[in-house]
Design a protein around this ligand. Structure first.
Ligand code: KG4
Ligand code: ZN
Length: 340
């Protein structure tokens, strides 16, 4: 029997709805809240209100573009965390209300786990085991994945997430929010050897990350060299050097985890996985026999297709049991400091 999944994502500043047919994406509508730029970061209350304003339209567009009738939907899913609670509630309650009113199975889905599996949307077979790096605006987590339903967390960030570091450094450079894509663009024509920013090294925790040191180092570099005159700020070179330090740490630790576990497949996902420096750096390891998986760029940043895909994988493996249970003690522990 074919499974039609309808999914909603609203954990941060994207309102998104998607329809999937047996795990294949047939529509994926994303509306991004650009107005946060004015404030230099996400304003949670404004984010939730904006979700409320557009969610009906986004859902209708996703359903119309997919060309399906509501009666055909067999599974409804929504992001349940981690994320901004006010934003999450909008999509989660919309989806749950929809499911209850129609008697359709509902699944609350983990956002980070969905990033993790987004690498395999549209691919026929997933090769287990693999090492997964999820790098987003709020998280930097290294996983050892044995199956769709079984994985271990190897490392986590001790302070800032990689995306957060990109956004904060972009702000120091006078760039808009979100700064990751802007730094990426500037870095393309900059010199990565212009300045050596420190890589993240944590004694005794080879798979853990820390990005607050790099961030502070950029701050002092700017203060010491360009405090009085910003006219000649070499934006491209600073962006390239900063990007090289961050992506270098991410790549080194992921490759170490793969080597230590004798695993040759690596999946890199989350908003920062759109970064060209990170993609090119990882792809070099294909010459050493590694298989490197990235999501298509549209599935790198927040989107509902990845929520629907993850729900579909679980539903296929566990049926209605999966639709009822969505607890994952492992991930909840990892998110504890984010008040999941
Ligand atoms: O996964 P995502 O859309 O949202 C979260 O779950 O956090 O990730 C957003 C993050 C932001 O910090 C953004 O600056 C970063 O991903 N990002 C990038 C790039 N595109 C998005 N960072 C570096 N290079 C990019 N090309
Ligand atoms: Zn995300």
């Amino acid at each position: 029997m074919s499974i039609t999944t309808f999914a909603i994502e609203s954990s941060c500043d994207e309102t998104s709805a998607a329809v999937l047919q047996d795990g294949k994406v047939i529509s994926n509508i994303i509306s991004s809240q650009c107005f946060h730029k004015e404030y230099g970061g996400i304003v949670p209350e404004l984010a939730s209100r904006a979700h409320v304003q557009v969610i009906d339209e986004i859902v209708n567009r996703a359903v119309n573009e997919a060309g399906i009738k509501i009666d055909e939907v067999s599974l409804i899913a929504a992001s349940q965390g981690p994320g901004l609670i006010g934003s999450l509630l909008v999509g989660y309650n919309y989806a749950k209300g929809f499911a209850l009113s129609r008697g359709i199975p509902f699944m609350g889905i983990d956002h980070i786990e969905s990033h993790l599996f987004s690498c395999f949307i549209g691919k026929e077979e997933v090769e287990f085991p693999f090492i997964a790096l999820v790098v987003s605006g709020g998280h930097t987590i290294l996983f050892h994945v044995e199956s769709y339903l079984s994985y271990k967390i190897l490392g986590n960030t001790h302070d800032d997430a990689a995306g957060e570091a990109f956004d904060k450094v972009a702000k120091m450079l006078g760039l808009d929010y979100p700064g990751g894509p802007l730094i990426d663009k500037l870095a393309a024509t900059g010199n990565p050897h212009f300045h050596k920013f420190p890589k993240s090294i944590i004694k005794g925790s080879p798979y853990d990350f820390s990005f607050s040191g790099i961030k502070t180092s950029v701050l002092y570099f700017l203060k010491n060299n360009y405090a009085t005159d910003k006219t000649n700020l070499p934006l491209n070179d600073i962006a390239a050097s900063f990007q090289a330090a961050v992506t270098g740490s991410l790549i080194d630790k992921t490759i170490k985890a793969a080597k230590d576990h004798s695993i040759k497949s690596i999946a890199v996902s989350g908003g920062v996985s759109a970064n060209s420096g990170l993609r090119n750096g990882f792809l070099k390891y294909e010459n050493e026999g590694y298989s490197i998986y990235f999501p298509e760029k549209i599935y790198s940043t927040d989107n509902a297709a990845m929520i629907g895909y993850n729900a579909y994988l679980k539903y296929k493996a566990n049926g209605s049991k999966a639709a009822l249970s969505n607890e994952n003690p492992l991930l909840e522990k990892a998110y504890a400091r984010f008040h999941y």
